[in-house]
Ligand binder design. Structure first.
Ligand SMILES: Cc1cc2nc3c(=O)[nH]c(=O)nc-3n(C[C@H](O)[C@H](O)[C@H](O)COP(=O)(O)O)c2cc1C
Length: 325
C-alpha cells in the first residue's frame, strides 16, 4: 500500500488512541508487524504554543517508524503552523483528525465538527497542504447523520485539497462506540474517491481483516481496541493474508512482549512516571490467563521497575507451571 510517496510494508495500521498509542505501545504494535503506527491526537494549539506535554507527544523512536502524527484543530493558520512543527519533528505522515466527537474538541470546531463545515475544512486542508510536503491523511467518522453523505463530501474535499489517503470509522459522531460500524460506507467511499481508503471499526479478531477487505475493497485496515494488550493481532492477520495459519502467541512470547513494554515505558517516561502508568496496563496482557485478576491486584501495589519485572516473571512462571500439570 502506498500513501503519497510512502510505500508501506503491508496494509495494517494501528489506530490512533488517546492515552494508549503512546510511543511504547506503538513500538510493540510495529514489532508485531503492522506497517504504520499513529500517535494519539495532538492539539495544534498546544504545539503552536509550545505546551510541554503536547510537544512531548511528537517524540519518536526509530523502532516504530514509519510514524503518522495526528493533529486536531480548526484554525487554518494554527493548523498550518502545527503541520510544519510536525514535519520538522520528523514524522513520516501527517494525519488530521476529523472524527473526534468529545465535547472539548467539538466546542473549538475541531474533530468531527469540521465534517459539517466544508468551507472551513477546505481552508484547513489547503493551508496544511501548502505548508508541508510529507504525505497527508485524514481520519473521519460517518459524520453527523447516518446517510454517509457528509463522509463522501469530506473525502472528496480531502482528495481535491491534495490529501493522500482517507481513513474512516463508519459510526456517526453522535453514536460514540455504540451499535456497529457500518462497513458498507467504507465500500461506498472506496467507489467515491481515487485516493486510498483505510477502513476502521470493529476489527475484533484477525479474520475480520480479511472480511473487511473482501466486503469493502478498502486499501488499508486500521485496528484500534482489539490491539490493546494484544499486539499479536497484527502478526496473526498478516499470516492470514498470506494464507498461513495464524501464529499463536505462546507464554514465553507474551512474557517477552510484556517485559519489552516495561522497558520501553521506563525508557520513554522515566521510572517514576512509568510505574503508575504500567499499573493500569500490565493487566491488559494477561486477560484470559488463569488467575489474572490476582495478578492485576498484585500489580496495583508496584513501586519500582524491578517490582514490575519481578511480578510479571513470577506470574508467567506460575502460569507456565500450572499449564504443565
Ligand atoms: C481510548 C480511545 C482513544 C481514541 N483516541 C483517538 C484519537 O486520538 N484520534 C482518533 O482519530 N481516534 C481515536 N479513537 C478512535 C479509534 O482510532 C478508532 O477509530 C475506533 O476505536 C474504532 O476502531 P476499533 O473498533 O478498531 O477500535 C480512540 C478510540 C479509543 C477506544
Amino acid at each position: 500500500m502506498k500513501i503519497g510517496s510512502l510505500v508501506l510494508e503491508n496494509r495494517l495500521i494501528l489506530a490512533p488512541m488517546a492515552g494508549i498509542t503512546q510511543l511504547p505501545f506503538r513500538r510493540l504494535a510495529r514489532e508485531a508487524g503492522c506497517a504504520l503506527v499513529v500517535t494519539e491526537m495532538v492539539s495544534a494549539n498546544g504545539l503552536v504554543h509550545g505546551t510541554k506535554k503536547t510537544v512531548e507527544l511528537l517524540v519518536s523512536h526509530p523502532g516504530e517508524r514509519p510514524l503518522s502524527t495526528q493533529i486536531f484543530g480548526a484554525d487554518p493558520v494554527i493548523m498550518k503552523e502545527a503541520a510544519q512543527i510536525v514535519q520538522s519533528a520528523g514524522a513520516d505522515i501527517l494525519d488530521v483528525n476529523l472524527g473526534c466527537s468529545v465535547r472539548r474538541v467539538i466546542r473549538q470546531g475541531a474533530g468531527a465538527a469540521l465534517m459539517r463545515e466544508p468551507e472551513r475544512l477546505e481552508a484547513v486542508l489547503k493551508a496544511i497542504r501548502s505548508a508541508v510536503s510529507l504525505p497527508l491523511t485524514v481520519k473521519m467518522r460517518t459524520g453527523w447523520e447516518p446517510s454517509g453523505e457528509q463522509a463522501i463530501r469530506t473525502a472528496r474535499i480531502a482528495e481535491y485539497c491534495g490529501v493522500d489517503a482517507v481513513a474512516i470509522h463508519p459510526r456517526t459522531a453522535i453514536q460514540g462506540f455504540s451499535g456497529r460500524a457500518d462497513w458498507s460506507l467504507i465500500a461506498l467511499l472506496k467507489k467515491s474517491v481515487s485516493i486510498p481508503v483505510i477502513g476502521n471499526g470493529d476489527i475484533q479478531k484477525p479474520d475480520d481483516v480479511l472480511r473487511m477487505q473482501r466486503e469493502t475493497g478498502c486499501d488499508g485496515i486500521m485496528i484500534g481496541r482489539a490491539s490493546i494488550g494484544n499486539p499479536w493481532i497484527f502478526a496473526q492477520a498478516i499470516d492470514l493474508i498470506h494464507s498461513s495459519p495464524p501464529r499463536r502467541p505462546d507464554l514465553p512470547k507474551r512474557l517477552h512482549t510484556v517485559l519489552r513494554y516495561i522497558e520501553y515505558s521506563v525508557n520513554h517516561f522515566g521510572e517514576s512516571r512509568a510505574v503508575p502508568i504500567m499499573r493500569s496496563r500490565l493487566g491488559w496482557f494477561t486477560k484470559g490467563l488463569p488467575h489474572s485478576s490476582r495478578f492485576r491486584a498484585a500489580i496495583a501495589r508496584l513501586k519500582t521497575r524491578q517490582d514490575m519485572v519481578d511480578a510479571v516473571q513470577a506470574y508467567f512462571g506460575y502460569v507456565q507451571t500450572a499449564a504443565r500439570h
